[in-house]
Design a protein around this ligand. Structure first.
Ligand code: HT7
Ligand code: ZN
Length: 872
């Protein structure tokens, strides 16, 4: 396989200014005719050839300015069609035959669940027609779709509908024109039989935009929340960034067969139905929040991604990191900022930190790729968003807004690089970001070690920070990064201490942002009478691993007193992790376990806190997952972690039984379901109490909660707890749930996941047998993620079974998916990425499975890239 390198990037020799497409869809074949208005760039050398990408296309005919080209006038080798010494300006017309009806990759044009639809990012357009399929080639598109009218009454493409009509043989057509120039990855078309839910939004400048959601007829009653979320997103972007929508129509199509969450195609988003469809009976609070976030994300791409796009795929974080930051801010403004931040950081630590510590570690702007699809990663997206957040921290909200204004004004309508964003931020704010740029080129999670010294005689308190960016594959000896430390100091009564740095003449603020930029730095605060407890990296001000020597007592103090909600939560997490990992070591030595009474008391205080946000209480009392705990160990002790974590959970359940019970009762709601922040917080805490109570109450108690649930959040919370209980109630609940929801594919995904995550003996065998269930379909990525993804990523105790059967299940799945859907196969293969972190026996078992995958005939490039890097 060929590796593409950032250092080899050159601007294109030819641009395609206009694209006229005709897609004639039939049941067993589709014909695509493309007329491309091509113009040579003034900088291109004389005699350069035009190169067009094409994958799995049958070339029917090719013409240049209306003249049929003969064999010698072009070449077609592999996936490249070459026109040697192409003229300066011309129209190239090709006609190809494609087979969406057998395309299971879900890229290009494909047919799923009765609908034809497209997915072009990153390189799917080349599966539709011959084209220079790269994001810096931008043109205006006019697209005509034709299909049988009875079967596919809805025909859509980007932009505005400009013509439609009947054709012979019961067929019809629609022509769409997009007034905005775009790269090919933003192209979309759809043909299907879909219901349309409509609404309108009036922009700040008074234009009316039609909002149209296309879904399966049976799902037409589940679009309300998505539509409301879209309207909120549109209003938020106007208010926060002054950015208004730029077309008369905004269309969203929902499909059950999709490789990712959603796609921001210009004016015609395609969504995984999971991120559109919701009603209280079928969707959980998390689903409602997920929909709001993803709808926002795709909408915000209209400016950060579509109007200002990328010059090459190495710059992916330019649109994704920035747009994730924007969607995070949007969700924070719509709900609870602290709760959202905790969820985001939990996710970042679980997936991105692991990525940074593994064989696929890459900077947010990668330097090379074999398969671009492998770089839609937590690093590019979530660490990318953290990098934007740090710029926001350094510049402040006003400086950041000025930077955004300048970025959009300078680059609207063009394809640019991460560097252009940083330059706009610097120019608008006057803040120097030269060292900060290292965040774009250096991979790895910096480790920041903090030591403290208090001098009671001079009332001076010194914090010393040393930073080290770890080596990652292909990158060693890295430079110190610029790191913002949002911090405060707490006095022994919990009150914040003034932060006056040595040399300052006036009393300092109660919170400040320190900037680290070298390997070792000290900051001395004056006028500190008593030794304080430091609260550092508040709000997770930088994506780093903090190493401190805070004692159990200090962590308990921060858990109770820190003014920063995030750090209160983080102190609790550190406390649990220290406790559980300490127990893992004790178990190894054969020592008996005992939980500190101070920790139990701290949990009790938090649980019964009269005024604290209930969602924050729930977050603070959720133990780190077995995977998170494993990430903190040099060699992951699967069984030790499981045993110690279970011991802590059981002990807390027994010790605080009365409190869990009373808080549980107090969180019970009256009245109908509402997806507002407070009600969601109550349900979340109630669900957590139920999970602790299940350790001390009978299965009948949980069954009762299951049977009386009035919404999917409560129902699933009870089901998830029940499925882990080794009792007849568990099977009964699974059967009842299946019976009630067998017609709803999204709800069945929850049923599959609940079983995949069970702690019960025989879970692996259950997962294997569910793969044969009539409702499981390996061609459907949601089903694969719900069952096998959940099992391999979130049930480490069963997945890492010592007989290697969990590893076989994953390897067999990757090999099966290799031909069906290589993109999902590669994602699943990364389930082995951490193999070197386990004991020798497990390492050997995983390595053998990786080698088996690598030896598979016709291995897809993407899978090859993942497994060969893992084995290197
Ligand atoms: N920009 C999109 C990324 C994407 C994608 C979406 C659906 C299917 C395959 C895909 N490959 C890449 C989604 C986003 O970040 O908004
Ligand atoms: Zn995105």
């Amino acid at each position: 396989p060929v590796e593409t390198h950032l250092k080899d990037y050159k601007r294109p020799d030819f641009n395609v200014e206009t694209v006229e497409l005709h897609a004639d869809i039939f049941e067993t074949e589709t014909f695509v005719t493309a007329s491309l208005g091509v113009r040579k760039s003034p900088e291109a050398a004389d005699g350069v050839s035009l190169l067009l990408d094409g994958r799995e296309l049958d070339l029917v005919s090719i013409e240049l300015d209306g003249r049929v080209l003969t064999d010698g006038e072009y070449t077609l080798e592999g996936e490249v069609l070459t026109l040697p010494a192409a003229p300066d300006a011309f129209v190239l017309t090709t006609k190809v035959k494609i087979h969406p009806e057998t395309n299971t990759s879900l890229e290009g044009l494909y047919f799923a669940d009765g609908t034809f639809l497209t997915q072009c990012e990153a390189e799917g357009f080349r599966r539709i027609t011959f084209f220079p399929d790269r994001p810096d080639v931008m043109g205006s598109y006019r697209c005509t779709v034709s299909a049988d009218k009875g079967t596919y009454p809805v025909l859509l493409a980007n932009g505005n509908l400009v013509d439609e009509g009947e054709l012979s043989g019961g067929r019809h057509f629609a022509t769409w024109e997009d007034p905005h120039k775009k790269p090919s990855y933003l192209f979309a078309m759809v043909a299907g039989d879909l219901a349309c839910r409509e609404d309108t939004f009036t922009t700040a400048s008074g234009r009316e935009v039609a909002l149209k959601f296309y879904v399966d007829h049976q799902d037409a009653d589940k679009c309300g929340h998505a539509i409301e979320s879209l309207k909120k997103s549109m209003a938020w972007d106007e208010k926060t960034f002054g950015l208004e929508y730029d077309l008369d129509t905004y269309m969203v199509v929902a499909t059950h067969s999709f490789n990712a969450g959603a796609m921001e195609n210009k004016g015609l988003n395609v969504f995984n139905s999971k991120y559109v469809l919701a009603k209280p009976e079928t969707a959980t609070d998390m689903d409602f929040q997920g929909i709001e976030g993803v709808i926002g994300h795709e909408y915000f791409h209209n400016w950060t991604g579509n109007r200002v796009t990328l010059c090459n795929w190495f710059q992916l974080s330019l649109k994704e990191g920035l747009t994730v930051f924007r969607d995070q801010e949007f969700s924070s403004d719509m709900g609870s900022r602290a709760v959202k931040r905790i969820a985001d950081v939990r996710g970042l630590r679980a997936s991105q930190f692991a990525e940074d510590a593994g064989p696929m570690a890459h900077p947010i702007r990668p330097e090379s790729y074999i398969e671009m699809n492998n770089f839609y990663t937590a690093t590019v997206y979530n660490k990318g968003a953290e990098v934007i957040r740090m710029i926001h921290t350094f510049l402040g909200p006003e400086g950041f807004r000025k930077g955004m204004d300048l970025y959009v004004a300078r680059h609207d309508g063009s394809a640019v690089a991460c560097e252009d964003f940083i330059a706009a931020m610097e120019d608008a704010s006057g803040v120097d970001l030269s060292r900060f740029r290292l965040w774009y080129s250096q991979a790895g999670t910096p480790k920041v070690t903090v030591t403290r010294a208090f001098d009671a005689e001079t009332s001076r308190y010194t914090l010393t920070f040393s930073q080290k960016v770890p080596d990652t594959p292909g990158q060693a000896n890295k430079k110190a990064m610029q790191i913002p430390v949002r911090m405060g100091l707490l006095g022994d009564d919990g009150a914040p201490v003034s932060l006056t740095l040595e040399g300052e003449t006036s009393l300092g603020p109660l919170e400040r942002v320190l900037s680290l930029s070298s390997d070792l730095e000290s900051f001395t605060f004056t006028g500190v009478e008593k030794e304080p407890v430091p609260s550092l990296f508040r709000g997770f001000s930088a994506p780093i691993n903090q190493v401190t020597d805070l004692t159990e007592a200090e962590l308990i103090f921060l858990m109770a007193h820190d003014t920063d909600s995030f750090n209160r939560w983080d102190a609790a997490q550190q406390l649990y992790a220290n406790t559980i990992l300490g127990m893992v070591a004790e178990l190894k030595k054969g020592e008996p376990l005992a939980l500190s009474t101070d920790l139990v008391a701290a949990v009790q205080t938090t649980l019964t806190h009269p005024t604290l946000d209930k969602a924050l209480i729930a977050q603070a009392l959720t133990l780190p997952s077995e995977t998170e705990l494993g990430d903190r160990m040099a060699e992951i002790d699967v069984d030790g972690i499981h045993a110690a974590r279970e011991f802590v959970a059981d002990t807390l359940a027994v010790a605080l039984k009365e409190s869990w019970r009373s808080v549980y009762e107090a969180c019970k709601e009256v009245g109908p379901y509402r997806p507002d922040t407070q009600s969601m917080a109550k349900r979340r805490l109630k669900g957590l109490c139920l999970s602790y109570l299940s350790r001390v109450e009978s299965p009948a108690f949980v069954m009762d909660a299951f049977a009386s649930a009035a919404n999917m959040t409560d129902e699933l919370a009870a089901l998830t707890v029940l499925v882990g209980m080794d009792s007849p109630e568990s099977d009964e609940a699974m059967d009842r749930f299946y019976g009630a929801w067998k017609g709803d594919t999204l709800v069945l995904d929850k049923w599959f996941t609940a079983q995949a995550l069970s702690n019960r003996p025989g879970t692996l065998e259950r997962v294997a047998s569910l793969m044969e269930h009539p409702d499981f379909d390996i061609k459907n990525p949601n089903k694969v993620r719900a069952l096998i993804g959940a099992f391999c990523q979130a049930n480490p105790w069963h997945f890492h079974r010592l007989d290697g059967k969990g590893y076989d299940l994953l390897a067999d799945t990757v090999i099966a998916l290799n031909t069906i859907n290589p993109s999902i196969a590669a994602r699943m293969a990364s389930g082995f990425n951490r193999w070197k972190r386990y004991d020798e026996k497990r390492q050997g078992l995983m390595k053998a499975r990786l080698e088996r995958i690598k030896g598979t005939e016709n291995l897809a490039n993407g899978v090859f890239e993942i497994v060969s890097k893992a084995l290197a």
